[in-house]
Design a protein around this ligand. Structure first.
Ligand code: BV8
Length: 229
């Protein structure tokens, strides 16, 4: 059974109406990364950070998975390929699109974390800086999101799967944020064939054996149809 590791980024959710980061109307046009996606920003103004993630949690809840999410689920459920989706996205559209084998390396909007005791629980729709941790009662609740300078989740599983893969596919990511942006190089070093499916060439396009450009809802289902032919 061929093992396929698929890295996804904000571009796979763009056509579901969820904003990406680095487009001209992207999230980083409105907020400084340092203010809303770093531990320092949270410490300085937890209310602003909760507001930022509350808005994104609402946007994700209002969005629907698109044909690209569903195509990846079809590839997995077909059963001829062992598919692992490693997503940088914090929305749950892969789950709602039918994928089962998913790693959220940057955390999820639907998760809450206590900065004091590390307790985790399902995030309410709206979080406030005054919320108390259900376990230790400290007013130290935060979204269970991996911020810049924090360690992404399940890196050992990801690197192990990457090196043992028969194919590495990168979908909808600009290749600007590490360690995810380095996965293609890890794959090349391990002799794993690499394919990029993205609207535009990413920062790492030169590392890929093959690159196809276009909207995810077109090029991802087309690729999956080829795989299932
Ligand atoms: C780490 C949080 C240590 C959730 C995110 C100095 C100090 C400290 C760290 C660093 C430093 N210098 C560098 C670093 C490392 C740093 C980093 O990479 N910085 C960059 C900016 C240089 N990385 C970290 O800090 C990471 N942690 O390094 O820890 C460590 C690591 C390993 C081992 C030991 C120790 C933590 C990174 C995670 C940060 N959190 N998000 C949230 O708010 O969402 S990152 C953020 O950017 C998002 O999670 C997102 O996933 C990620 C990448 O963005 P993309 O998904 O690629 O989105 P983007 O808008 O950029 O691109 C969209 C793409 O889609 C485009 O290419 C576009 O063409 C395409 N597209 C658009 N529409 C479509 C489409 N494609 C197809 N169809 C369409 N319709």
């Amino acid at each position: 059974m061929a093992k396929i590791v698929i890295l996804t980024g904000a571009g796979i959710s763009a056509e579901s109406g969820i904003r990406t980061f680095r487009a001209e109307d992207g999230l980083w046009e409105e907020h400084r990364i340092e203010d809303v996606a770093t531990p320092e920003g949270f410490a300085a103004d937890p209310g602003l950070v909760h507001h930022f993630y509350n808005a994104r949690r609402a946007a994700a809840a209002a969005a629907e998975p698109n044909a690209a999410h569903r195509a990846l689920a079809d590839l997995e459920s077909d059963g001829r390929h062992a598919v692992l989706v490693v997503t940088q996205n914090v929305d749950d559209l892969h789950e709602r699109g039918g994928s089962q084998n998913i790693i959220h390396m940057h955390g999820t909007l639907n998760g809450a974390l206590c900065a004091a005791c590390d307790h985790r629980w399902p995030a309410p729709a709206v979080m406030h800086r005054t919320d108390l941790c259900p376990a230790c009662r400290a007013p130290a609740t935060r979204p269970d999101i991996v911020w810049f300078s924090e360690m992404p989740y399940q890196m050992d599983e990801i690197w192990t799967a990457l090196r043992a893969a028969d194919l590495f596919v990168s979908i909808g990511t600009s290749g600007n944020v590490y360690p995810a942006a380095g996965f293609v190089q890890d794959a090349v070093r391990a002799g794993v064939p690499t394919l990029e499916l993205n609207l535009d060439p990413s920062s790492g396009s030169r590392w890929f054996d093959e690159a196809r450009h276009g909207p995810a809802t077109e090029i991802v289902p087309a690729w999956v149809r080829e795989m299932l032919a």
